[in-house]
Design a protein around this ligand. Structure first.
Ligand code: NAI
Ligand code: UGA
Length: 429
């Protein structure tokens, strides 16, 4: 098949590379000139494990361009993967989707299956269909399909090849799109969930909201555990063995971040409010998440006297391990809030860079040892494997103080304490 993927971000690039690997000819379009130049020069603008290799392997089946011109004509399938950020009030800003519809409408001259992979609120795909009709695209030349994406950054390629489901939302009279999508994904043996356009959009939001709820739930439980000197990791283990609950997404920590959970939960909240439905759970999930960092700053103040004159090594800047993505990263927010105390912060991350708007007392170091050197406290803000594998005797030698603050509960407490260091975790008594 000839497929046009619009948007060369985390989702668009992964989709393009995976579809090329499945044997399709894929044209990936992005309005960002710099990204396209990089891709055409053999560079990949984001860090995602295995992505560079998959793109190189399929270079002959992939093209990268700034404009849809020429590519739409050839494509039978168009996949929209542009960003859907939040407006100030939390509702979804559909300006990028809107501009794609404008770009597409004047170029559709033969039948296209238009698939939306971007996360969009219920009703958006119906609106896309109507908008294309209003712009004069004849109904026999297109159909609109909702195919939300469930990949996680850091394991995006694996998640796409081994998706636990492929969700397809169709218009009621659409008889042809399901077989088009099945042909496109042939090679991926995941179960299909076929529903309406609105149904597919809701499945995506409900999934992210449920996962975020699990995280805020365990973070609230961690607060209670702390007060009763109980280790929340034991509680999570006990909870997770119940098959009705499951073990995943019960890791207490600094709270959830990233480009999706924060915006998608806000968007679903606004969607509910637009229909006069009070989303009590969604509000509580956000309240817990928004206050999680404050708890750990307060704890740090209690643990270290004279915080303004201390040096803190913060390990981790990305919102989670195995990515360079810092969008809504709890680690970056923690660094920003902690820096207001005046203490010196030496930050380190294997892949992510601090943004340019930090105070002068925040310095990014290029190795973990440089960050730790002479530190009063080491604060684990992102659970990278590199931090879990640290040699704690060597860390002790390099540090000035002895406090290891494990804000992701990812370290082996005994190993840390055996080296004469003082371990503090999240909700671990
Ligand atoms: N990042 C993730 O892990 C996941 C993201 N999603 C959803 O997928 C969508 C995309 O997310 P990301 O890939 O993270 O975004 P991103 O911000 O990394 O990439 C979006 C790309 O679209 C391009 N773009 C915007 N308007 C355009 C236009 N009119 N024509 C051509 N290119 C245009 C931008 O230049 C950018 O490169 C969002 O709706 C997000 O919620 C869904 C599942 C996972
Ligand atoms: O819609 C999206 O964009 C994607 O959002 C998440 O994927 P992602 O944001 O890449 O990362 P997650 O692994 O879900 O982690 C999100 C945040 O929650 C935090 N988290 C996760 C799990 C946990 O137990 N505890 C916890 O604090 C992570 O540190 C991170 O900050 C979902 O897991 C994907 O299914 C979805 O496709």
């Amino acid at each position: 098949m000839n497929i046009c993927v619009i948007g060369a971000g985390y989702v668009g690039l992964t989709t393009a590379a995976v579809l090329a690997e499945l044997g399709h000819e894929v044209n990936c379009i992005d309005q960002d000139k710099h990204k396209i130049e990089m891709l055409n020069n053999g560079e990949v603008p984001i860090y995602e494990p295995g992505l560079k290799e998959l793109i190189y392997k399929n270079y002959n089946y992939l093209t990268f361009a700034e404009s849809l011109d020429g590519y739409i004509k050839r494509a039978s399938v168009v996949i929209i993967c542009v960003g859907t950020p939040s407006w100030e009030d939390g509702s979804t800003n559909l300006c990028y989707i809107n501009s794609v519809i404008d770009d597409l409408s004047s170029r559709i001259n033969s039948y296209k299956t238009i698939i939306t992979k971007s996360t969009v609120p219920p009703g958006t795909n119906e609106w896309i269909y109507t908008k294309l009709l209003e712009k004069g695209v004849p109904p026999h030349l297109f159909n609109v399909v909702s195919n939300p994406e469930f990949l996680r950054e850091g394991s995006a390629i694996h998640d796409m090849f081994h998706a636990d489901k492929i969700v397809i939302g169709l218009r009621p009279d659409d008889q042809q799109s399901l077989s088009v999508v099945q042909e496109m994904y042939s090679g991926i043996s995941s179960p299909y969930i076929v529903t309406s356009l609105n149904g597919a959009e809701m499945i995506k939001y409900a999934s992210n909201a449920f996962l975020a709820t699990k995280i805020s739930f365990i973070n609230e439980i961690a607060r209670i555990c702390e007060a009763f000197h109980v280790d929340v990791s034991d509680v999570a283990k006990g909870l997770g063995l119940d098959p009705r609950i499951g073990p995943q997404f019960l890791q207490a920590g600094l709270g959830y971040g990233g480009s999706c959970f924060p915006k998608d939960i806000k968007s679903l909240e606004q969607t509910a409010l637009s229909k006069n439905i009070q989303p009590h759970i969604l509000r509580a999930v956000q309240t817990v998440n928004d206050t999680q960092i404050d708890i750990y700053i307060r704890k740090l103040r209690l643990t270290l006297d004279d915080l303004p004159n201390r040096k803190i090594a913060v390990l981790g800047i990305a919102f989670k391990p195995n990515t360079d993505d810092t969008r809504y990263s709890p680690a970056e927010r923690f660094i920003r809030e902690l820096s207001e105390s005046g203490c010196i912060i030496h930050a380190y991350d294997p892949k992510a860079k601090l943004d340019d708007h930090h105070r002068p007392n925040v310095i990014q170091k290029t190795t973990v040892n440089e960050a730790i050197h002479e530190a009063d406290c080491v604060f684990i803000a992102t659970d990278w494997e590199e931090f879990k594998q640290l040699n704690w005797s060597e860390v002790k030698q390099l540090m000035k103080g002895t406090i290891i603050f494990d804000a992701r509960n990812c370290l082996n407490r005994e190993k840390v304490e055996q080296c004469g260091l003082h371990y503090i975790g999240v909700g671990r008594g």
